[in-house]
Design a binder for this molecule. Structure first.
Ligand SMILES: Cc1ncc(COP(=O)(O)O)c(C=O)c1O
Length: 467
């Protein structure tokens, strides 16, 4: 492993207590607190400067601190014990109600409902499970498949892999959104659902949801909209006057929506909502087992024990932010995104992908500009973008910290420099590649197997001895 790789994953290995076993004597609480604070401050610096794409949605440390206080009141409480903690029922019910109100659940004729999950991936995977169960029980589907554009979130592929569901990926249209005829070609009698996004992770685009929902209805299958990223922002963007094509429960045929509170809801990490047009579909995710010696088991979803703190703090995030501030933030983020988009448009050799709102993906249209070399240079200048593939591209997903004065303009300047750098180094290998969740791969583009063993293993180890 290279020094840079080791430094990246284990920067604390030399200057901190490193544990390989639980210590006999307890560590001093003040020292632990100081040490944890030092790590948090160092790691927050880049995000606090507004130089990070996505990931940090609120950026307000006062807000985080308050949510931490609310969390701590119920951090130890187990949501499973509803008789002891009826507050959990209140918090979860009201989070779902507020999400449904925002996404026009009322259009579903009073039967819309939902659950709170641990995050976008759990919401997506649970939705897949519900559709699989529905298709199996009602239509006898035994070889289930789900049909979606290539840009739908990869957690769906993961869930489908775990649950034995075939994923049929349809190519995109020229506008980089789902191509409805291509989706139609993939549907058969074993299809359980279609999935579209509002907005999708790679390019920030909204699929043609009304056309897809029509197709789903004609085919007699469910239609899930993945609004994990857009669900708590698109409504405010629409309310402040931007044109947003229809995508929520106002569209007939949309049978479920995932929308993450821990993204633009500004909640702490660890919650999302999964909303259903009707209760009958939600019931498909319930599991009951009457014959266990541990007792009659009734479980609404994947989780067993979970912390009441997450429900309390998510509820508190929604009610203490309030609609006015959500709208103001939406306005500020759209303004920032408009500057970035205009800046990209102005740089010869770059092109914005599709017609995005606040997540701006761009690629190179000039063979002399390797977009990953552009990313290398941006990284060195302190910017952390998300790199994409198929086609190679970068995206900047604008969040509140990016709305600080001057950030968007500074980014456009840095991008122009980075493009010059890429031209000057055309043909040289780039350090960064496209790896989800990272600013780029740690060691350029390797084979998938090398990455699997090198990176996934490494992330689950303590610092190697003697380095
Ligand atoms: C569109 C979309 N769906 C799903 C997810 C997965 O969410 P999570 O990381 O909370 O599991 C993401 C994450 O960025 C996303 O952008």
């Amino acid at each position: 492993m290279s020094d840079a790789f080791i430094d990246g994953f284990w920067p604390y290995r030399k200057d901190a207590p490193n544990y390989r076993a639980i210590p006999d004597a307890p560590a001093d609480r003040d020292e632990v607190l100081q040490f944890v604070r030092r790590m948090a401050e160092a790691e927050d610096r880049m995000g606090d400067e507004g130089r990070v794409s996505g990931s940090l949605y609120s950026g307000d440390h006062g807000h985080y601190h308050f949510l931490g206080e609310v969390f701590s009141e119920f951090s130890h409480a187990n949501v499973l014990q509803r008789d002891m903690y009826p507050s959990a029922t209140k918090f979860e019910g009201e989070i779902v109600a507020m999400a449904l109100d925002l996404l026009h659940g009322g259009s579903a004729g009073g039967s819309a409902c939902g659950v709170v999950t641990s995050g976008g991936s759990e919401s997506l995977i649970t939705a897949l499970f519900s559709y699989r169960e529905q298709a199996r029980e009602d239509r006898g589907v035994r070889a289930p498949n789900v049909v979606m554009p290539t840009t739908a979130h990869v957690a769906l592929d993961k869930g489908a892999h775990w649950m034995g569901i075939e994923v049929r990926h349809a190519p995109l249209g020229d506008d980089f959104r789902a191509d409805v005829p291509a989706l139609a070609d993939l549907i058969d009698d074993q299809t359980i659902a279609l999935v579209g996004s509002a907005v999708n992770y790679p390019h920030g685009l909204i699929d043609p949801i009304p056309e897809m929902a029509d197709l789903a209805m004609q085919s007699g299958v469910g239609m899930h909209v993945d609004a994990c990223l857009g669900g708590f922002l698109l409504p405010w963007v629409e309310q402040v006057g931007y044109e947003v094509p229809p995508w929520d429960f106002r569209v007939d045929g949309v049978t479920s929506i995932s929308a993450d509170t821990h993204k633009y809801g500004y909640a702490l990490k660890g919650t999302s909502t999964l909303l259903y047009r009707d209760r009958e579909l939600r019931a498909r995710q319930y599991f009951t087992y009457p014959d266990w010696p541990g007792g009659l088991y009734l479980s609404p979803g994947l989780a067993g024990s979970r912390s009441g703190g997450l429900l309390a703090s998510t509820w508190a995030a929604l009610v203490t932010t309030g609609a006015d501030a959500y709208r103001e933030s939406a306005r500020a983020m759209m303004h920032t995104a408009d500057i970035i988009r205009a800046g990209v448009d102005d740089i010869p050799g770059l092109a914005v992908i599709g017609d995005p709102l606040w997540l701006i993906a761009f690629r190179s249209t000039d063979p002399d500009i390797d977009i990953y070399l552009v990313n290398d240079h941006l990284k060195r200048a302190g910017w952390r973008l998300n790199s994409l593939q198929l086609p190679p591209a970068l995206h900047f997903c604008v969040t509140r910290p990016n709305t600080a004065p001057g950030v968007a303009e500074a980014f456009v300047d840095a991008l122009r420099d980075a493009v010059d750098h890429a031209r000057q180094h055309a043909g040289e290998p780039a350090e960064s590649g496209a790896m989800y969740g990272f600013g780029g791969t740690p060691q350029g583009n390797q084979t998938l197997n090398q990455l699997m063993s090198g990176v996934l293993d490494a992330m689950h180890e303590v610092a190697p001895e003697g380095v």
